[in-house]
Design a protein around this ligand. Structure first.
Ligand SMILES: [Fe+2]
Length: 157
């Protein structure tokens, strides 16, 4: 969530290095679904991604808990500059209900929200059931430990 006028920065990063080092997850076999709760425009801190950067390796970095609004393993600036120079940067925008699906290794980040409008996303991460995290430093509401396979529900006709 990026609140109006003061929405904070998320540094450039990939998600998998955090899952791997902090949650003991074996493989980058995850996809993130980011659903826009608010309208996302260029003014309210849209997510920025480097297209096809998930094909680059997962970079090993230290946890950054000083220059970002959430402790994460920020990507090296030289790596970001190289990838952005080759592939550009996109900032998907859209109405509430729009969604982005992104591989866990996509390089992404977002700037501040100085606009008077909020920018809230619902982030849901889907993982292969045989790619369970191990011990995690993060709470259950961030890294779920219920690996019960979901059963499809057929609604009554
Ligand atoms: Fe992320």
């Amino acid at each position: 969530m990026k609140r109006p006028f003061h929405g904070a920065v998320w540094q450039w990063h990939q998600d998998f290095p955090t899952y791997h080092h902090d949650d003991a997850m074996p493989e980058p076999r995850l996809v993130n679904a980011l659903v826009f709760i608010d309208e996302v425009r260029e003014f309210n801190g849209p997510l920025m991604i480097i297209p096809a950067s998930h094909k680059a390796p997962a970079y090993e970095t230290a946890v950054d808990d000083t220059t970002t609004s959430y402790p994460l393993r920020a990507a090296d600036e030289k790596v970001v500059a190289k990838l952005a120079g080759e592939r550009g940067i996109e900032a998907p925008k859209g109405d509430p209900g729009s969604a982005i699906f992104a591989h866990t290794n996509i390089v992404h980040g977002s700037g501040t929200n100085m606009s008077p409008w909020p920018r809230t996303l619902a982030s849901i991460t889907y993982n292969a059931i045989d790619n369970k995290p191990g011990r995690s430093r993060r709470p259950d509401w961030v890294v779920r430990r219920d690996f019960e396979v979901l059963e499809p529900v057929v609604p009554p006709i």
